[in-house]
Design a protein. Structure first.
Length: 96
């Protein structure tokens, strides 16, 4: 689905796949694979392509709102422990 939206955005801007590739600093084949919905397309590349052609990410068109939500997400992730300890043995004492 994202690939189709990226292709439509590119066509709306009257860009060739080669022009979009140059703007995204990827190969034309990468653009074509992303537009075709290739499972091998990197998420970061898809996000970059979507941004370049104006596809709203996560249904949010306002870049300021997207930045605010990203910041909130980063704050929430910062509250998580850096690692989770697992019991060393297979026996855990969980009899309360």
């Amino acid at each position: 689905m994202w690939g189709q939206l990226i292709r439509q955005g590119r066509i709306d801007r009257k860009w060739t796949a080669k022009e979009l590739a140059a703007r995204a600093n990827v190969s034309e084949q990468t653009v074509l694979a992303a537009e075709a919905g290739s499972r091998g397309a990197a998420v970061g590349t898809m996000v970059d392509l979507a941004d370049l052609v104006g596809v709203p990410l996560f249904g949010i068109e306002d870049r300021a709102e997207l930045a605010i939500r990203r910041h909130r997400g980063e704050e929430m992730l910062a509250l998580l422990p850096s690692r989770v300890r697992r019991p060393r043995s297979g026996n855990s004492d969980d009899n309360f």
